[in-house]
Design a protein around this ligand. Sequence first.
Ligand code: HEC
Length: 129
Amino acid sequence: MKKYLFVILLSLSLPTQAITLDDLYKRYSPEGESAFDAERGKQLWNQKHTAEDGKIRQCSTCHGNDLSKSGEHVKTKKVIDPMARSVNAERFTKMKKIKKWFKRNCKWTVGRECTNQEKGDLIKYLTQF
Ligand code: HEC
């Protein structure tokens, strides 16, 4: 029993350890999941923003319209794995990755960083798939 507990504690302390959705929601609000709304997340995901070059930017510009399919980076043309957890279990399991891409993609798409509220809403929407 003690041995198992040790293994569990050790794995929890590893920085690369997968995080749970609950952990994620708690990170973005003390109230956790109940603070977030999938419908608002959906609106933000689909919202169109006009960039300085006059072109329309939205999340689907790279991630595509079908979350269960691969997307394509609009500039580099690199394939982006599907966002849907039903086909890509890696999604929303690594804090470092989530932080990095929320920051980069919100700046590029929305023109500013997303708030914690928006991030939680987006996660609630995206993890339905
Ligand atoms: C310019 C292209 C581009 C746009 C537009 C874009 N993304 Fe991404 N996104 C990427 C790339 C590239 C990755 C990293 C590769 C991968 O995860 O497969 C990524 C990964 C992510 C991840 C990491 C998820 C995980 O746990 O693996 C999140 C969250 C994310 N994007 C959210 C968004 C949101 C929200 C928007 C709209 C506000 C958006 N992205 C718009 C290119 C884009």
